[in-house]
Design a protein around this ligand. Structure first.
Ligand code: C2E
Ligand code: MG
Ligand code: MG
Ligand code: MG
Length: 288
């Protein structure tokens, strides 16, 4: 009987593994055509000041709707794209599209202070990454000081010297850097003082159970204290409740994003959202 149960367990396990492998393969094969078929698009999540509520920027987030399928999450397909060089083309498309959109908004009178774009480790360490950034800036007319690149601890962990070198080069153009998902990596904290980083983004997993999870509150407090001493801004990710925002206010956390303010929005919806939050444009000269 035990033997039969064991066999059944192994069989179920195999079937699950097989399904997972099939899905990965399917995603990989379809993702290759996603760019050319216009199946990728960007949504934008607003970022606000904790104390005043002022809109201080947006984060571009990738979305994929394969024809005949439901939406596939970037949390699932980005790691698959990272296993191949697909992430290079996808990452470059994201940068170009996000900067284009930001400049288009500007032309329509919606002047956001900042645009944040996620950059994967493989994309960052690609030999032509800095060149790619130059190409995007000149193709779009994007103001480099309004561009913020979000990298994870793994970027630094993989190749610290390359990271410092490239970041310093881009920093000279005026580009800003955030460490995304801060606290979820395994890196030592020693690298932080060597990097030209402007901001830490505290991962959502540390925010979500506040005010019930006392350890998470202690972690956020410790990150805030460290950031203050090292001169970094802090953005809290995944803020969903008033209580969480209140806790962050008491911690002097500068910025937040999360469903409490808004889910990621289409470019069109983001533009309407921004119009409600930004100071109204002055009337034209003739009417003054
Ligand atoms: P991330 O960069 O940490 O982005 C934040 C994620 O948290 C987004 O998920 C966002 O929709 C979600 N989020 C924001 N506020 C809340 C909240 O209050 N509650 C909850 N439950 N979730 C919230 P999304 O869009 O599914 O993206 C997942 C991850 O995929 C991103 O995490 C990022 O690591 C990666 N990703 C997304 N777009 C890109 C991209 O263009 N390039 C690269 N390399 N990675 C990307
Ligand atoms: Mg991010
Ligand atoms: Mg993040
Ligand atoms: Mg995160």
């Amino acid at each position: 009987q035990a033997k039969a149960a064991g066999r059944r367990t192994i069989k179920l396990f195999d079937a699950g593994m097989q399904r997972q492998a099939d899905r990965r393969l399917l995603i990989h094969n379809q993702l290759r055509h996603a760019l050319g078929n216009n199946e990728l698009l960007l949504h934008y999540q607003p970022q606000h000041m904790v104390d005043s509520g002022e809109l201080i920027g947006v984060e571009a987030l990738l979305r994929w709707h394969p024809p005949g399928h439901s939406m596939i999450s970037p949390a699932e397909f980005i790691p698959i794209a990272e296993e191949t060089d697909l992430i290079i083309d996808i990452g470059q498309w994201v940068l170009l599209e996000a900067c284009h959109q930001f400049v288009r908004w500007e032309e329509e009178g919606v002047r956001l202070p900042q645009l944040s774009v996620n950059v994967s480790a493989k994309q960052f360490h690609h030999q032509r990454f800095v060149e790619h950034i130059h190409e995007v800036l000149s193709a779009t007319g994007m103001e480099p000081s309004a561009l913020n690149l979000e990298i994870t601890e793994s970027v630094v962990l993989g190749n610290t010297e390359d990271a410092i070198h490239k970041m310093s080069e881009l920093k000279q153009l005026g580009i800003n850097f955030s460490i995304d998902d801060f606290g979820t990596g395994y890196s030592s904290l020693g690298y932080l003082k060597r990097l030209p980083v402007d901001e830490l983004k505290i991962d959502r997993s540390f925010i979500q159970d506040i005010p019930h999870d006392v350890s998470n509150m202690a972690i956020v407090e410790a990150v805030m204290a460290m950031a203050r001493h090292l001169g970094f801004n802090v953005t809290a990710e995944g803020v969903e409740t008033r209580q969480q925002l209140e806790f962050l206010r008491k911690q002097n956390c500068s910025f937040y994003q999360g469903f409490l303010a808004s889910k990621p929005l289409s470019a069109e919806h983001m533009q309407r959202y921004a119009l409600r939050y930004l100071p109204a444009e002055l009337p034209h000269e003739g009417t003054l």
